[in-house]
Design a binder for this molecule. Sequence first.
Ligand code: ZN
Length: 342
Amino acid sequence: MNTRLGRIQTVLGLINPAELGFTQTHEHLLVALIPEALRADCGGEPMTLENIGYFRRNWLSNPDNLILDNEFVAIQELKRFKDSGGNAIVELTPIRAGREPEGLARISRATGVHIIMGASFYTAAFHPPEIETLSEGTIAETFASDITTGADGTTVKAGIIGEIGLDWPLHENEAKALRAAAMAQSETGAALNIHPGRDPQAPFDAIRIIKEAGGNPERTVMSHVERTLFSLDDMLRLAETGCYLEFDLFGQEASYYPIADIDMPNDATRVDYLIGLIKRGHRDKLLLSLDICHKTQLARYGGDGYNHILDNVLPIMRRKGMSDHDIEALTVRNPARMLAFV
Ligand SMILES: [Zn+2]
């Protein structure tokens, strides 16, 4: 009998969807956003009051900023989230990008916050060297066994597949990993989270590939919608594919985005998009998060911290007229439905 059916798998075991509470569906507590081969000699400047402003804006320019590897700091930061009313975090750090199953279990125990861990390969730069010779079936088995048996030789189990990293244009091996993820999704009944390439066509291509490989768009979460699509019309088109639209860059308030030549929206603009999507009937497919993966996003380094949505964004939502019922859909009911195994 499949005991996961209808339940949510955290790093400490299965829970019922009603236990989940306020949830951010795309975060990182322990992560190294530098490919393994480059990590040893990446250096990096310690952050000080003099340079923190520069590195908040140019967050890619300091390798040290891209590594979160201190469990003590993660626990302190997550306690702020808990104190503000947060109850669960989906932690999507991919394999070979600093994922630490037992570390996540310790952080969950120390804070009382539910943590749902991901199983995925990130973009091609992070793929294991043997990816060329791995079959889709073998990769699918890796993702599936993280859910059924445990990850990285531990007994800590993943509760979602993702974030699957895709570049633009799509790398051949990324397409292979994506097809494998769709296979593992249909085998396990887990949800699937996609990090699409930075092009408005990328999310649509990803959904097509998932369908062709036997995956379920309705059980798929498209991450980073607000740095990929720039009009409500395009977002409505994506919503029509049936996937979840995840607005997971809340807290990134600068229009400047160091990775691409785009105008990044701010939190108020994100809320306007959410209201537009809710008005057109898509309330039950929207998810929220901060995608914290740099030191400068942590309270310890002058950032807003994991509590930013609870403390700073919910008031914007209320001011703009979102009802408590709608807010609860985006932050409690949708995550619970998305994460429950089918
Ligand atoms: Zn992420």
